[in-house]
Each structure stands twice: as structure tokens, then as C-alpha cells.
Design a protein around this ligand. Structure first.
Ligand code: S3P
Length: 171
């Protein structure tokens, strides 16, 4: 199996911030699947959804997964919330699900300093009801593809990092 760590989980659960903390502590490089897609396409996710629709974006995620499988090793990979659906996820590395209740995630986003920006850039987090529906639909699917699960709700970053490191046997 590849020695990448693949962070998956719902929008706003804190994949990016956890990846950065883990990277700092364990001296790992991070790549973010949304960033890879945005730079390849030279436009923001929001625009990709508006101009070409969700299926086009999902095909880009699969292309990204194929590239990671062929070229990336020993790296921390922070994934967009829907990336878990690519057909080769388990071949990419150890899959770590960051998990929290929908209420906690929602409050984390709306209480953040740049809440508006965080909501605008996420086309699938249009409003509470829609996002909750998506969360409910995905909850079990996330668990079914995860090698390990880390509950992040109300935990300090330090604790989250330690738990991920322990469960992925990082040293
Ligand atoms: C999506 C999550 C987003 C981004 C896109 C679709 C999803 O990433 O990939 O808007 O389907 O859950 P984040 O989880 O980083 O917000």
C-alpha cells in the first residue's frame, strides 16, 4: 500500500487545518485535491460548478486520484468532501476519516471569522437543509471507505494530530 495519508470528511470538518498541523509536527508535505483541480483548471471550484456542473468536477476528482496513484508517495493528501467517491481511493494510501456531527460542523463554519467566504466557495453548502441532507446521505458512505476514523468534535488540534498519528502509525 502507498505511504500517503488521505484525509477525508465532510465540508468544514477541518481537513485543511488538521493537515497543516500534522504537516508541521511530522514534517510532511501536503497536497489538497481542490487546489490541484483549481490550478489545473485555472479557475475556482465555484466557477467550475457554475460553468460545467458537478459531473465535470467529479471527473476532475477521478483524474486527480489517478494522478496521485501514479505519482504521489509519502505525502499527506487533504481531499474535497466528495473525493471519497473516486474508484481507487483505497489504492492511494491510508484513508483517515475526520468525523463530527452536522451541528458541530455547521456551527464551526458560521461562527468562523470568514464564514461568508467559506460558504460562498462551497457550492454544495448552499443552506442548512441542503447541506444536512448531503451529510445524512454521506455519513455511512464515509465510514465504509475509511481505514481509520477520528472524531474531531470539540477536540484540540493537538489532540486530533496525536490521534491521527497514532492511528496511522506516524512517528
Ligand atoms: C465538495 C467539497 C468541497 C469541494 C467541492 C465539493 C463536496 O471541498 O471539493 O465544493 O462534494 O463535499 P471541502 O470539503 O474542502 O469543502
Amino acid at each position: 500500500m502507498k505511504k500517503n495519508i488521505i484525509l477525508i470528511g465532510f465540508m468544514g470538518v477541518g481537513k485543511g487545518v488538521s493537515a497543516r498541523a500534522l504537516s508541521k509536527q511530522y514534517d510532511l508535505f501536503i497536497i489538497d485535491t481542490d487546489d490541484l483541480i483549481e490550478s489545473k483548471e485555472n479557475r475556482k471550484i465555484k466557477r467550475i460548478f457554475e460553468e460545467d456542473g458537478e459531473p465535470y468536477f467529479r471527473a476532475l476528482e477521478q483524474e486527480t486520484a489517478d494522478w496521485i496513484e501514479d505519482h504521489v508517495e509519502g505525502t499527506l493528501i487533504s481531499c474535497g468532501g466528495g473525493f471519497y467517491k473516486v474508484d481507487n481511493l483505497s489504492a492511494l494510501g491510508k484513508v483517515v476519516l475526520l468525523e463530527a456531527s452536522f451541528e458541530w460542523i455547521y456551527n464551526r463554519i458560521v461562527n468562523s471569522e470568514n464564514a461568508e467566504k467559506k460558504l460562498i466557495k462551497r457550492p454544495l453548502f448552499g443552506n442548512y437543509e441542503e447541506a444536512k441532507k448531503l451529510y445524512d446521505k454521506r455519513e455511512k458512505q464515509y465510514r465504509s471507505v475509511a481505514d481509520v476514523v477520528v472524531n474531531v468534535e470539540d477536540k484540540s488540534l493537538d489532540k486530533i494530530v496525536k490521534e491521527i498519528a497514532k492511528k496511522t502509525k506516524l512517528r
